[in-house]
Design a binder for this molecule. Structure first.
Ligand code: SF4
Length: 330
């Protein structure tokens, strides 16, 4: 068993500096839970080398490339190369539907460290029920297997909504069979498209079901299962439990700089526009973003913390503490 607590869904520990770089918002899908309104294209970042250099200058050593579908960005592989050469660890958040064996091998050759894929159900019907667009389940499985075969660890995310709360056991089993390194269960937040379309945010009963299933799966599978939790706004908690938003940088595909991607999606902590390709302005915006984040009480304003508070889920609620002590257990 290897259950792991994650206080930050982006895996950021205070003091680390991680950048989430949306290469594009173009995406073949129109997921109901998409927090960035992925689908339509946007002007591409013109000079990724400048941006990569800027990230290096401000001390970023870990970059998550996201989208939209980042592999639709024409220079995606070049960006990985640039960042890796600059000394960053690079992972990619992708649908994997554009990945075949050759591309997986090329990505590995560029130094890609890991891939983060969504798995929102244990069947095509469940996975595709909110992922409007061309078939996604079978190509995602093909891409996932290709990445793993190429030696790129895959971390899966189950976005927990009212539609799939009963599937955690099955999804965990599938993730295990695929050979994924981990599975994270993250409550769907009412941000972006999910704040306007059908309300799929999970209720208390759904969260409880999912948490219990995650505990069961942790007990029988060899993979890491993470249930995401952030500090409750009223839970001061120990320093290490505090939201590390000030150590997160989000570069959006339309040229904005923010802190945590969720805060950025909620319109909070976004500091500038017109930054694309202009590292000096990125740096100014970043300084402002970090000042905003540093001035926030821990957890306050975090959409996940607000969601949990709205559902009556406190930092010590058995829903998320479900019998597992904080920290790693094995
Ligand atoms: S959630 Fe991901 S796959 Fe779905 S529309 Fe948004 S960017 Fe595309």
């Amino acid at each position: 068993m290897n259950g792991t607590w994650e206080l930050c869904p982006f895996g950021v520990a205070p003091g680390e500096r991680l950048a989430v770089w949306e290469l594009t918002r173009a995406c073949p899908y129109r997921c109901a839970h998409c927090l960035v309104d992925g689908g339509e294209g946007n002007p591409y970042i013109e000079n990724p080398a400048d941006t990569a250099r800027m990230l290096e200058d401000i001390g970023v050593r870990e970059v998550v490339l996201s989208g939209g579908e980042p592999l639709l960005y024409p220079q995606a592989e070049e960006v990985i190369d640039l960042l890796v050469r600059a000394g960053s660890r690079v992972s990619i958040c992708t649908t994997a539907t554009l990945v075949d064996a050759q591309r997986a091998i090329r990505l590995r050759g560029k130094g890609l460290e890991s891939a983060i894929l969504s798995l929102d159900g244990a069947t095509a019907a469940a996975h595709e029920s909110i992922r409007h667009g061309p078939p996604s389940y079978a190509p995602m499985l093909t891409g996932c297997r290709a990445l793993i075969a190429a030696g790129i660890p895959v971390d899966l995310t189950l976005t927990l909504g009212s539609h799939n709360a009963g599937e955690v056991d099955l999804v965990a089993d599938l993730a295990d069979r695929l050979g994924a390194r981990s599975l994270a269960v993250v409550p769907l937040l009412p941000l972006g498209r999910a704040s306007r379309d059908v309300d799929l945010t999970p209720g208390d009963a759904a969260c409880r079901l999912a948490a219990e299933a995650a505990v069961r799966a942790s007990g029988r599978l060899g993979m890491s299962i993470q249930r995401v939790r952030l500090p409750h706004p009223t839970d001061s908690g120990p320093p290490e439990a505090q939201c590390p938003a000030s150590d997160l940088v989000t570069l959006t595909a339309n040229g904005m700089v923010g802190t945590c991607p969720w805060l950025t999606a909620a319109g909070e902590g976004v500091c500038a526009d017109d930054n694309v390709g202009l590292p000096s302005r990125y740096s100014q915006a970043l300084a402002a973003a970090r000042a905003i984040a540093a001035g926030r009480p821990p957890g306050l304003g975090c959409p996940l913390a607000a969601f949990q508070a709205g559902r009556g889920i406190s930092g010590r609620d058995p829903l998320f503490d479900s019998g597992l002590p904080a920290g790693d257990e094995s």
